[in-house]
Design a binder for this molecule. Structure first.
Ligand code: T4K
Length: 393
């Protein structure tokens, strides 16, 4: 690792890369190896591997307590959790979502023959613009799925108003928002329900996993049935269902990761603050901020490249890649431009100017517990020199 000072230090100009090993966005945080292996030993001893085991139930309780919400229903991944939540909530026909999100938000609807209708985002928050949602409502609309992108909460009150005024159901894709709050209230308490992802790349992971948080007893009961083929006791199926269960070894990873979650958030916060200090002084570069009055997990460092910047977003990604800094263009080009949805709505982009603009500007930078402040400063030095090198003045 070295500090990049001049253009001769850049890998695109023939110098060795700044990092010998690749720096990933979404490098998994893993808690104590010994504690995890102890759990694995217990799983071997008990020979209870899945089907609502003790570790899954303990993890559900801890996550519900952490979010101050009545129910946490753990699932095998965030996408299946979304699918089950959508079905249990009774969404059908058309559901309004942002296009600027991970493709799973759209797929979870499309997979069940529900049409995702894409509404535009607010450029400052990257989350659904309630007025844009209003414009997309048709007689076939049954609901709205807001996304708390990057962990920043969507405009929950305004979206609830739109939903109430139009007789729609509102739920949230909270895949990025584990441990975050909105107006002092923890995520998990908004809309009918909120869906978390515990994928390996999330700051809190269970290898693969997800969960639905809700205060609605009936909905929680239905989702518990749905994730286990609709079984109520032995030999008795009382509801349509699928296999959405979390396994014990995944829950064990969650238990271990929960033990160190505060340390992970703190190292994410330090990395975020260092990035912000280093990058926000650069012309045409902004770092998406977190609301300091809320609880945040700081898991994404989102840099936006302004239109006047002498180097384009894609040139940044390429030059950073040469340094072994594997920055990502999440969620370019927007769901509406991915083949299944492009075919469905070839002209959707006309209603999505902010999505188009934001998707063109965003770079997500590596962070997490495998990075420290010095590494962050090195990444920032590459960005600084790239801008300096390309300045026309
Ligand atoms: N809704 C939203 C808003 C979401 O963002 C997501 C998932 C979901 C719903 C669905 O939840 P899940 O069904 O996934 O639980 C990743 C994740 O696969 C995905 O979970 C996540 N969002 C999305 C934002 O990011 P990719 O395509 O970036 O994954 P990949 O394999 O390129 O990994 C990213 C980086 O992490 C790579 O540079 C390699 C590194 N990595 C990855 C894995 C899996 C590791 O170092 N170790 C690992 O084990 O999608």
């Amino acid at each position: 690792m070295k500090l990049i000072k001049t253009q001769q230090d850049l890998a695109i100009n023939g110098a060795p890369p700044a990092f010998e090993q690749p720096l990933h966005v979404g490098r998994p945080n893993t808690g104590s190896r010994e504690a995890f292996i102890k759990y694995v030993g217990d799983i071997f001893d008990s020979r209870w591997l899945t089907n609502n085991g003790q570790i899954v139930r303990s993890l559900e309780q801890r996550i519900a307590d952490y979010h101050n919400v009545k129910h946490c229903v753990a699932m095998c991944n965030g996408t299946v959790a979304l699918e089950i939540a959508i079905r249990a909530t009774g969404l059908k026909d058309e559901v309004i979502i942002p296009s600027y999100t991970f493709i799973a938000t759209a797929h979870a609807l499309h997979w069940q023959a529900i049409t995702p209708v894409f509404a535009d985002i607010a450029p400052s928050s990257h989350t659904l613009d309630p007025d844009a949602v209003r414009r997309m409502i048709t007689p076939r609309t049954t609901g709205i799925i807001g996304v708390h992108l990057w962990g920043n909460s969507a405009s929950t009150e305004e979206l609830q108003e739109v939903a109430d005024e139009n007789g729609l159901k509102l739920m949230f894709d909270a895949a990025h928002a584990f441990g975050c709050s909105h107006n002092g209230k923890m995520i998990g308490n908004f809309g009918i329900c909120e869906v978390l992802s515990f994928h390996a790349t999330k700051f809190f992971n269970t290898f693969e996993g997800g969960a639905v948080l809700t205060n609605n007893d009936g909905l929680a009961k239905t989702m518990r049935l749905m994730r286990n083929f609709g079984f109520s006791g032995v030999d008795n199926v009382i509801h349509p269902g699928t296999n959405g269960k979390m396994i014990e070894v995944a829950a064990a990873m969650g238990m271990v990761n929960l033990d160190t979650i505060d340390d992970v958030i703190e190292s994410n916060r330090q990395n975020f603050l260092t990035y912000r200090e280093e990058l926000s002084v650069l012309p045409n570069i902004t770092v998406l901020d977190y609301n300091k009055n809320e609880r945040n997990n700081y898991q994404y460092v989102v840099m936006e490249v302004g239109d006047e910047c002498p180097i384009t977003r894609d040139q940044f990604v390429e030059a950073l890649g040469a340094e072994n800094i594997l920055a990502r263009k999440y969620f370019w080009p927007g769901c509406h431009r991915m083949k299944p949805y492009r075919d469905l709505y070839p002209h959707a982009g006309l209603m999505l100017p902010n999505t188009k603009q934001v998707a063109k500007r965003v770079i997500v930078l590596p962070t997490g517990s495998t990075m420290d402040t010095n590494m962050v400063r090195t990444v920032a030095s590459v960005i600084r020199v790239l801008i300096k090198e390309n300045r026309s003045d």
